[in-house]
Design a protein around this ligand. Structure first.
Ligand SMILES: Nc1ncnc2c1ncn2[C@@H]1O[C@H](COP(=O)(O)OP(=O)(O)OP(=O)(O)O)[C@@H](O)[C@H]1O
Ligand SMILES: [Mg+2]
Length: 426
């Protein structure tokens, strides 16, 4: 829109300048004609002086001096004019000018033709002679006029050219702006579509995870019931065998753990509120570490829980929370080369308690870190991509957050932050 105004303004300005220059050229042309007339008048004065000095030789001498393209006319007694060759000429404008004593006369094309000049504007200069007669010198303004006309044509052409160049320039700018605007619009539309797609994808994955989670949990509860029932039967039969009793009790404990986790996951999928308990942080981390210790041994990775004894107790659902920590620990173990260390650090301030699991593996790119908590995002051939998604849900149900970042100089840092109640409990 602004470009259109610019084009209009340019055309108006160029036209105004053109008009001014044209008017100026016309005034200059008129002034030049005036000068030409004055020169003819001066020539006429010279001719008049010649006639006064040597009237008998004047015609011959003037014939010799007759200027190229000029005609010298001498007034005859009848009031008309004759050429030096003696031809009578009827030029009323010149006769009238002589009568009025005018020095310079401008003739139209017809009068100029009557004098034998080209049929264009002509200028005549007049001067009286001592004997009461007059001399007139006429010349065609053809060349002057042609020069002026060519000059004006040049002005008009250059103005038109300037207007055309400015208009073309403005049009090119306008087209560019238009295409940039439509490109920006297209990009904005594409960006909106992309973010909507991402949101849809996220919702779809979350819904799938909830459905899958509750489905799996539901399916597990029946065989779990069978395992617990049969184990209890066998337990009754091996009452005297201490070692078998111990092993069967371990099976029952683990089955109960699975059962609790399954219930917790079912609750998460349903969005049910969790049953919070007050828990000591050190034992929570130790229990989680104990559950994954064998994996660290197998991978030849050291697991170092570095937890200060002055930490506050926290309010959490212990099984779910341990499950979240276990997921971080397993990821750290899987990312660790042999003979490296995974650390668990826990620290708290007045506002929150932070659980940090660090490893010395390859690390994680910012892009992977941003996507790691998405359900089904995995870079492992046999990974489900659900571990961190579930841990993130657990952190959220405790009003907390989970994030991953690259560690310097190497490795990954996984961090769960839980806000503390004003009395120091989470
Ligand atoms: N400690 C870590 N170092 C490097 N990358 C990690 C680490 N923890 C998580 N990731 C990245 O985040 C992805 C998602 O982790 P998540 O635990 O959700 O799934 P997974 O470990 O791939 O699969 P599963 O948990 O089922 O074994 C991993 O595939 C990996 O790319
Ligand atoms: Mg995992």
């Amino acid at each position: 829109m602004r470009t259109r105004w610019f084009v209009l303004l340019t055309v108006v300005v160029v036209a105004a300048i053109g008009a001014l220059v044209y008017i100026d050229e016309t005034a200059r042309s008129d002034a030049a004609l005036g000068d030409l007339g004055e020169r003819q008048a001066e020539l006429a004065s010279v001719a008049s002086a010649l006639i006064s000095l040597a009237p008998e030789h004047a015609r011959a001498s003037l014939s010799e001096r007759q200027h190229r393209g000029s005609i010298i006319l001498i007034a005859n007694r009848a009031g008309g004019f004759t050429t030096l060759a003696g031809a009578q000429l009827a030029v009323p404008e010149v006769v009238a000018a002589r009568a009025l004593g005018t020095r310079v006369v401008r003739l139209g094309p017809a009068e100029a033709a009557a004098l034998g000049l080209p049929e264009r504007t002509a200028m005549v200069g007049l001067a009286p002679t001592d004997d009461g007669g007059a001399v007139a010198v006429a010349t065609s303004a053809e060349q002057q006029r042609d020069r002026d006309r060519a000059g004006r044509r040049r002005v008009v052409l250059s103005m038109l050219l300037a207007a055309a160049v400015m208009t073309t320039f403005a049009l090119v700018v306008w087209r560019k702006q238009q295409s940039e605007a439509s490109l920006a619009k297209g990009l904005a539309v594409a960006e909106t579509a992309r973010s909507r797609d991402a949101e849809l994808d996220r919702l779809y994955r979350a819904a799938t995870m909830a459905a899958l989670g509750s489905g799996v949990a539901h399916e597990l509860s029946t065989p779990l019931g069978v395992i617990v029932g049969r184990t209890e039967q066998v337990l009754a039969r091996v009452a005297g065998d201490e070692r078998s009793v111990k092993n069967l009790r371990v099976i029952l404990d683990q089955a109960e753990h699975i059962n609790q986790v399954v219930r917790g996951l079912l609750g998460l999928a349903r969005g049910a509120p969790i049953a919070l308990q007050t828990v000591e942080v050190r034992s929570l981390v130790r229990e989680a570490a104990a559950l994954v210790e064998h994996r660290f041994v197998r991978a030849d990775v050291a697991l170092v829980p570095a937890i200060s004894s002055s930490l506050p107790e926290i309010r959490c659902e212990p099984l779910l929370f341990k499950h979240a920590l276990i997921n971080l620990l397993l990821n750290a173990c899987e990312a660790s080369p042999p003979r490296t260390t995974v650390r668990v650090d826990v620290h708290a301030d007045a506002a929150e308690i932070t659980f940090v699991v660090t490893d010395e593996g390859e690390g994680i790119t910012p892009q992977e870190a941003a996507r790691a908590i998405e359900p089904f995002f995995t870079t492992k051939p046999a990974g489900t991509g659900l571990g961190l998604a579930i841990a993130n849900e657990i952190a959220k149900t405790h009003r907390g957050t989970l994030d991953l970042s690259q560690r310097v100089p190497r490795g990954t840092r996984a961090c769960i932050r839980i806000p503390l109640e004003p009395n120091g409990q989470a």
